[in-house]
Ligand binder design. Structure first.
Ligand code: 3SL
Length: 234
């Protein structure tokens, strides 16, 4: 039977063999929610990059520069990391160079995967249906915060495990942690996450409306995947 693992931090990726797996990278607040939203509104491709300089250099090649550091838009960049910035449709057909504190770092660490997908609550069913239909074993890689575990990514991992527990073996306790957390909090996720370090951080930055939106399941039927260094959906 196929297995599904939850990797609770990018710092733990060395414990897993990614080369024969589908890896779903998740940064609920907010990088992978933002990427999902951008594709749903017509972005052609996203090039995830780990550092600011590389991102700036891609501007001259026609990329829109997007991202954040510590939650705040980077000076001189075109866009920040709020899903609401990607809904207008004015970027349709364009390519984005994207760099974030944790999400794009997690993508960087998963590049050896057989298949790399972008997951969020916004495209939860698209992720689940793809994993169900695939013959690959899978890893849900939680981006966390600077190497530390966070609640919101763990909750998403729990939602995926909940949907797939009869299709996959779950070998480790991380899967149980994620599943139990999700099952106990799924009906009051927003309230529960009020205690989380990143929700407190975003609230301090007055970024309130992104939180509820990023926790809303199945807004979009898109499934970004990494092909040749760029995320695409086609
Ligand atoms: O770390 C990241 O990748 C970001 O999503 C963090 S923030 O929500 O923009 O602060």
């Amino acid at each position: 039977m196929r297995t599904i693992n939850v990797c609770l931090s990018p710092e733990l990726t060395h414990l897993y063999d990614l080369s024969d797996k589908t890896v779903v990278v998740v940064d609920i607040l907010r990088a992978t929610s933002c990427m999902t939203t951008a594709f749903a509104h017509g972005i052609a491709a996203i090039r995830p990059v780990a550092n600011l300089e590389e991102c700036r250099e891609l501007k001259v090649q026609g990329y829109i520069t997007s991202g954040e550091r510590n939650g705040e838009k980077v000076e001189g960049f075109d866009k920040g990391n709020s899903p609401f910035e990607y809904m207008g449709g004015e970027m349709k057909g364009n390519k984005i160079a994207f760099t974030t504190t944790n999400g794009t770092q997690a993508i960087e660490k998963s590049k050896s995967a057989r298949e790399l997908l972008i997951g969020s609550f916004l495209n939860l069913s698209a992720v689940v249906n793809h994993l169900k239909a695939s013959s690959n074993s899978a890893i849900i890689l939680c981006a966390g915060w600077k190497g530390r575990v966070n609640l919101e990514d763990t909750l998403f991992a729990g939602a995926v495990i909940d949907a797939l527990k009869s299709n996959f073996e779950t070998p480790d306790d991380a899967e149980l942690i994620a599943l139990q957390l999700y099952q106990h909090t799924k009906d009051n996720m927003i309230e529960f996450l009020g205690q989380s370090s990143h929700v407190k951080r975003l609230n301090r930055l007055k970024i309130h409306k992104d939180i509820a939106f990023c926790l809303t399941p199945d807004q979009y039927d898109v499934l970004p995947r990494l092909v040749g260094g760029e995320l695409i959906t086609k």
